[in-house]
Design a protein around this ligand. Structure first.
Ligand SMILES: Nc1nc2c(c(=O)[nH]1)N[C@H]1C(S)=C(S)[C@@H](COP(=O)(O)OP(=O)(O)OC[C@H]3O[C@@H](n4cnc5c(N)ncnc54)[C@H](O)[C@@H]3O)O[C@H]1N2
Ligand code: MOO
Length: 427
């Protein structure tokens, strides 16, 4: 699929003043499709990458029936006639299968992971058995009470030959890498990393390390967004801070569109005369979405320049983070061949009250989980709602989501909580 196939060029601006969150998600979901090519990588480099094809087990895992414990293997049906008294015939260690079938009435000394000898189906743990030497022969006494097949791991118990382990589009986690290793895959076909170009905009911005003059602020969003994106399969390039000049913003976006799959900007997204990202996007390409009925994050925009997707995030740091998590993360994941990711949502009693909330917009507060006297979780709201307060983001465990139609929140009522850990963040 080419990039051109995945994005249409007509404009999606609504008649309504502001798009609702669900509508914005629907626009993004319907417009975004994978744009990156595929590549083969070594398994040890595949963590966090997105599978470009489904993976099936070429053989059973485990390949053979094997013992789950160190002990003695025998045929269950022999136990009663032998009174639990077996002559020891073989010694079978992991990696050294027995060449011969176990004779009827015989038992084999066996170790965890060793292949069950033909003729045996049950293993007794060594702690439960007694051994005995007589006339130069070794015997084992196995107590009764075991079930047929006890302590024997069957071939194919983990995966049967032909079973699908993972579909195409699956993002590989540590346990998935283990699963791929368990079927013998040394290389994996994955989607290439998405190329992201990141711009901050604003004459007031200074990079950390430089002295700050009156009227200036440090550019925290570049660092915030790079760190947020680092949990996704991307190559993100910091393209610097753009001055608040239409020509500068336009030239920079045009150049980046030739290099990147996705351009992320922060700041200059609103309606002021000094906010140039929207104008640049309209001139160079198409703005499909702008002005959402959410707080924070209202000026969030989405569009394209040629085949390059552009997400214009607001400049206020809280709004930038909220918009990245709600819209940037699913878009990046989908462009990279993965799913359009939705945050995890839980219903948690509120440890706060909001007497009056504006209708028709969805609000996101910073929330911290607390435990009440009964050991039940409740969610506390960061007191200040200001969109520039990074402290609230740092204190929070996640976001509290208040629906458009909600007019007030009573203490103790259930509210929706989106933990940061359910949006790919390190907790
Ligand atoms: N007349 C209106 N004014 C504003 C509206 C509106 O609808 N009408 N929306 C407000 C909302 S909501 C937001 S959010 C902000 C965001 O607007 P911009 O995306 O244009 O952001 P800026 O004006 O460039 O900056 C806002 C604020 O954030 C600081 N900032 C910007 N970039 C960074 C950065 N990289 N690191 C740290 N801080 C940054 C900037 O200094 C400003 O204080 O607009 C409202 N206004
Ligand atoms: O809604 Mo803005 O996004 O106040 O920060």
């Amino acid at each position: 699929m080419t990039k051109a196939d995945t994005l249409l060029n007509d404009c999606f601006l609504h008649d309504k003043d502001r798009l609702r969150h669900a509508e914005a998600l629907e626009i993004l979901r319907s417009r975004i499709a994978p744009v990156v090519p595929t590549q083969t990588v070594a398994l040890h480099e595949a963590m966090g990458r997105v599978l470009a094809e489904a993976v099936h087990a070429p053989q059973d895992v485990p390949l053979c029936d094997n013992s789950a414990v160190d002990g003695y293997a025998f045929r269950f049906s022999d136990h009663e006639p032998a009174g639990g008294f077996f002559q020891l015939r073989h010694r079978i260690a992991a990696g050294h299968p027995a060449a011969e079938t176990l004779a009827p009435g015989g038992a084999a000394r066996i170790f965890t992971g060793a292949v069950m000898p033909d003729g045996a189906d049950t293993v007794a743990m060594q702690e439960d058995c007694e051994t005995h030497e007589q006339d130069g022969k070794s015997f084992v006494i196995v107590p009764s009470g075991l079930k047929a097949g006890a302590n024997c791991r069957k071939a194919g118990e983990d995966l049967t030959a032909g079973a699908q382990l993972m579909p195409s589009g699956h993002r590989l986690r540590a346990q998935d890498i283990a699963g791929l290793a368990s079927i013998g895959m040394a290389h994996v076909n994955v989607f290439a990393k998405l190329k992201i170009g990141l711009f901050a905009t604003g004459d007031e911005l200074k990079r950390p390390g430089e002295p700050l003059s009156v009227g200036e602020v440090y550019d925290s969003n570049t660092f915030l967004l790079k760190a947020l994106a680092s949990s996704l399969p991307v190559e993100i390039e910091d393209l610097g801070i753009l001055e608040d000049k239409q020509e500068t913003v336009e030239a920079a976006l045009a150049a980046a569109a030739d290099q990147c799959d996705l351009i992320l900007t922060t700041g200059g997204a609103s309606k002021g005369e000094e906010d140039h990202v929207g104008t640049a996007l309209t001139r160079l390409g198409h703005r499909h979405m702008w002005q959402l009925a959410i707080k924070p994050g209202r000026p969030m925009m989405f569009g394209q320049i040629g085949n390059t997707v552009v997400l214009g995030l607001p400049g206020n740091p809280v709004a930038a983070m909220v918009c990245f998590l709600l819209y940037g993360r699913p878009v990046i994941s989908r462009l990279s061949g993965g799913e359009f990711l939705e945050p995890q949502r839980f219903q948690v009693p509120a440890d706060f009250a909001v007497p009056k909330k504006k209708p028709d917009r969805r609000e996101y507060y910073r929330g911290t989980l607390v435990t009440d006297t009964l050991g039940m979780s409740r969610v506390k709201k960061f007191q200040k709602d200001g969109s520039g307060l990074i402290t609230g983001l740092r204190e929070a465990d996640g976001l509290i989501e208040i629906a458009e139609e909600t007019r007030s929140v009573k203490e103790g009522s259930l509210v929706t909580f989106l933990p940061f850990s359910g949006m790919g963040l390190i907790s």
